[in-house]
Ligand binder design. Structure first.
Ligand code: DAH
Length: 354
């Protein structure tokens, strides 16, 4: 009996895992285990012998069982310890900042422009990139013979042989969306219309596809003063320069009367552009009071309503704000360029602090 105890208690102590422990349990106190076999031998004993051996065997069985339970608990504790050690992680570590892809400067700037005008109560309107010549030209007071049509380097869509309807065009500006917005909501109206436009032109500052944002505000007494305030407010917020100065230069557009081109004061000292100081002026947009004929084309009564409009190159203001020298690089899809000039997905668009 002492040999049995020594043997099994030793094996239990040495069992390295739960499977080994179970094997020891079966060999010792399982139905066919050594202790069970000894129990069976009790029958052959004399009653006196049995009285001594019986309780001893039972005690041995209990002792082995509790040693197994204790070892099992110890093994489980050790396994849990090991798991906790292996799976430990420091939840206070900073997150990884490696970027997966980046936001194109055009998308970022469009978001910024949208955010700033949204603060001034402008909603966003969109229109198709393939337009009828009516929306792109006629409705904007550019009739068929008007030189502005030729100046725009328009891409005309192909028509089937024998179809003499005027061809569709790739819109040459975002101004046709003015008309669509007027038709959709009527007056009063405040909207910006960002999007792609197309012209057959290509050099360092021109690409056949580029981006514009149109703005319109129509109400009973909107004036040039509102236009000026709005654009100044926008430029301060967008360029993040408080001392911004704009110059309104009399100009001509068929869809506005009066019309003005807007320049921003800047300096090129040391080859770097600074806004709001210096003696140079950089043109950033065209604007004016919406021509009565244009209001009419959009279904709005020019005797009741008036408004301003402006059109701005998104690519151009992106180049100015982020110091990007060549417009063509915007559309090259060069990964190194995108990594350098792109934005992280969580970088919020800049908002006016004031
Ligand atoms: N559509 C003009 C262009 O693409 C820009 C423009 C000028 C838009 C004056 C306007 C405006 O709304 O009032 O060159």
């Amino acid at each position: 009996m002492d040999d049995l105890r020594e043997k099994y208690i030793g094996q239990i102590r040495d069992a390295a895992d739960e499977a080994a422990l179970e094997a020891v349990r079966l060999a010792a106190v399982g139905k066919k285990g050594e202790v069970a076999l000894k129990m069976r031998e009790l029958g052959k004993m004399t009653p006196e012998e049995r009285q001594v051996a019986g309780p001893k065997l039972n005690a041995l069985k209990d002792e082995i069982n509790s040693a197994i339970a204790a070892r099992k608990a110890a093994l489980e504790d050790a396994a849990l310890e090991a798991r906790l050690r292996d799976e430990w992680l420091d939840v206070t570590l900073p997150t990884r900042t490696r970027r997966v892809g980046s936001i194109h400067p055009i998308s970022q700037v469009t978001e910024e422009v949208t955010a700033i005008f949204a603060d001034m109560g402008f909603s966003v309107a969109e229109g198709p990139q393939i337009e009828t010549d009516w929306y792109n030209f006629d409705a904007l007071n550019i009739p068929g013979h008007h030189p502005a049509r030729a100046e725009m380097d328009t891409f005309y869509m192909h028509r089937a042989e024998g179809d003499d309807r005027p061809p569709h065009v790739l819109r040459t500006h975002t101004s046709p969306v003015q008309i669509k917005a007027m038709e959709a909501t009527g007056a009063p109206l405040r909207a910006i219309c960002p999007g792609r436009v197309y012209r057959a032109d290509y050099d360092q500052t021109h690409t056949p596809m580029f981006n514009q944002v149109e703005g319109i505000a129509i109400d009973r007494d909107i004036s040039m003063a509102n236009l000026k305030w709005c654009l100044e407010e926008f430029c301060r917020a967008f360029f993040e320069v408080d001392e911004i100065e704009l110059r309104f230069r009399a100009s001509h557009f068929p869809f506005t009367e009066p019309s003005a081109e807007v320049d921003i004061r800047c300096s090129w000292e040391g080859g770097t552009l600074k806004l709001g100081e210096g003696d140079d002026w950089l043109e950033i947009l065209g604007s004016g009071m919406i021509h009565p004929k244009v209001l009419q084309a959009g279904g709005i009564d020019p005797d009741q309503w008036q408004g301003f409009a402006f059109g701005m190159g998104i690519d151009r203001i992106a180049m100015l704000k982020y110091g990007i020298p060549d417009l063509r690089a915007f559309f090259d899809s060069d990964l190194r360029w995108l990594r350098h000039y792109g934005f992280g997905a969580l970088q919020a668009p800049a908002r006016h602090a004031g």
